[in-house]
Ligand binder design. Structure first.
Ligand SMILES: Nc1nc2c(ncn2[C@@H]2O[C@H](COP(=O)(O)OP(=O)(O)OP(=O)(O)O)[C@@H](O)[C@H]2O)c(=O)[nH]1
Ligand SMILES: [Mg+2]
Length: 459
């Protein structure tokens, strides 16, 4: 961890400025070796944390690389808690790339994805859930998901996890005392006390877990799949919700072949909306792949919008769609009601049970508002006040919470049947460790590598 890393921290492309960062023991020296200020002033002669004007220069051949602003920041009060230098180049691909190349030539190593944040974690400036919040902030697509990530970065999840782990630690400590010093004059912990504390732990874990599904939705958007047989108006619906002509619409059945994904925002609720190929039996190889993809996309769907065409008779293909939709939260759209109908709303309502059926004429813009309101009602109870609440948005955190819930359940069972305390302690310890993996207090190198590999380079 002693080497000095460098990377381009801004997105590559044409822009006003581009920032190259250095972090590590030699960052300031390396920065100094490529800089020339006004009247030959060196970087180390300037003040800590102050932007200075000058040039990046390859002193080996006296070549000017770019005109820049530069600042160094001395450890430990930096993003990584190490010495850092930030160089503000002109935007565009060449100035930042050339500057980076020069830094590498002067002894810096190209940073891996997320390595700056990883160092912030390893140096104790952020815990793991906070570091993960940094990725989520970068990737967030809506105000709400941004706000939740920001709360996580501020430590809302960390502090709750810490609270639960403290209860566990105190239980473990009491058990150890009882086991190790049975004759001493310390008061033994009773099974009743253990049970009471274990239930406290359990309810806290459950509370966090109950936010997890909602959390996933905030992070990724509600995964919404539009499904139906060919030509019922699926792509028309996508376009209507997006309010743009994103997907090709024609009167030829089998127009959409591939999956089309778009993100939109309905009054702050993020939707990932997926238009699919019309489902039918077909010998066309390309269409067949499309149909398979449509069915696959259903697996991860949070919400299904099943579309039916009222102007044509219901067919076996429609029955298949109803069948497929049974296992999912779904909304049924009865489309093309501007044309003479071949079947009624009642007849389809009978087939879909207690699910809502919306009559629509997507081509005429009728029914879209009702659909949007339905989606809102289904997912946005408004009960969670995002600004103050902790929401678990990360699958890894959810898995750890589930594991620790199993541990505490098993501990509770043991406590109730009054098995020896050292057995209880094993479960409590596992629970403590599994929770610790969320904050990164107990975690293996391989998991760390996996987490940080999700970052972009330069963060
Ligand atoms: N009359 C009428 N026609 C509509 C309506 N909605 C869509 N259509 C027409 O139905 C045809 C098929 O629409 P698409 O949106 O391409 O249907 P699709 O379900 O995506 O079809 P595939 O991609 O082939 O599976 C087009 O000609 C649309 O203009 C409607 O509400 N009323
Ligand atoms: Mg289509």
């Amino acid at each position: 961890m002693l080497d000095t890393i460098a990377a381009i921290s801004t997105a590559v492309g044409e822009a006003g400025i581009g920032i190259v960062r250095l972090s590590g023991k030699n960052a300031i020296d390396i920065g100094n070796s490529v800089f020339k200020g006004i009247k030959d002033k060196e970087l180390i002669e300037t003040s800590n944390r102050r932007l200075t004007y000058g040039h990046i220069i390859d002193h080996d051949n006296n070549q000017i690389i770019d005109e820049v602003l530069i600042a160094y920041m001395k450890e430990p009060y930096t993003y990584t808690k190490e010495n850092m230098v930030e160089i503000y180049c002109h935007g565009g691909i060449i100035p930042v790339k050339k500057t980076l190349e020069l830094l590498l030539k002067k002894g810096a190593r190209l940073a891996e994805p997320g390595e700056f944040t990883k160092r912030a974690f390893l140096n104790g400036r952020l815990d793991l859930s906070q570091a993960e919040a940094v990725i989520d902030i970068i990737k967030s697509k809506t105000d709400k998901s941004f706000q939740v990530s920001l709360n996580q970065l501020e430590g809302s999840l960390s502090s709750q996890i810490k609270g639960i782990r403290n209860i566990l630690l105190s239980m473990i400590a009491h058990i150890e005392v009882s086991i190790d010093f049975p004759d001493e004059d310390v008061e033994d912990i009773t099974y009743e006390e253990l049970e009471r504390d274990a239930y406290k732990v359990k309810s806290n874990i459950e509370k966090l877990l109950s936010t997890a599904d909602r959390g996933k939705i905030l992070r990724d958007g509600i995964n919404t799949v539009i499904l139906g047989k060919p030509n019922v108006g699926k792509s028309s619906l996508l376009n209507a919700i997006l309010r743009e002509n994103r997907a090709i619409v024609t009167d030829i059945p089998g127009t959409t072949r591939d999956i089309i994904e778009e993100f939109i925002n309905i009054d702050g609720i993020p939707l990932k909306i997926i238009d699919t190929a019309g489902i039918r039996e077909t010998d066309d190889i390309v269409e067949k792949i499309g149909v398979d993809r449509a069915k696959e996309s259903l697996e991860n769907a949070d919400l299904l919008i099943a579309v039916f065409d009222a102007s044509r008779d219901l067919t076996k293909e429609d029955m298949d769609i109803i069948e497929l939709s049974n296992s999912k939260k779904s909304i049924i759209i009865l489309n093309k009601t501007d044309l003479p109908s071949k079947f009624t709303k009642d007849s389809i309502e009978e087939l879909v049970g207690d699910r809502e059926v919306i009559t629509a004429s997507i081509a005429k813009g009728i029914g879209i508002d009702v659909l949007e309101k339905n989606i809102k009602d289904m997912f946005y109870s408004g009960k969670i006040d995002i600004e103050s609440d902790t929401v678990v948005t990360n699958i890894r955190h959810k898995n750890q919470l589930e594991k620790s819930l199993k541990n505490i359940d098993s501990a509770i069972e043991d406590i109730k049947s009054m098995v020896p305390l050292d057995c209880v302690e094993v479960d409590l310890r596992n629970c403590w460790e599994n929770l610790g993996e969320i904050s990164g207090d107990t975690i293996g190198e391989d998991i760390l590598d996996k987490i940080f590999s999700e970052f972009c380079i330069g963060k």
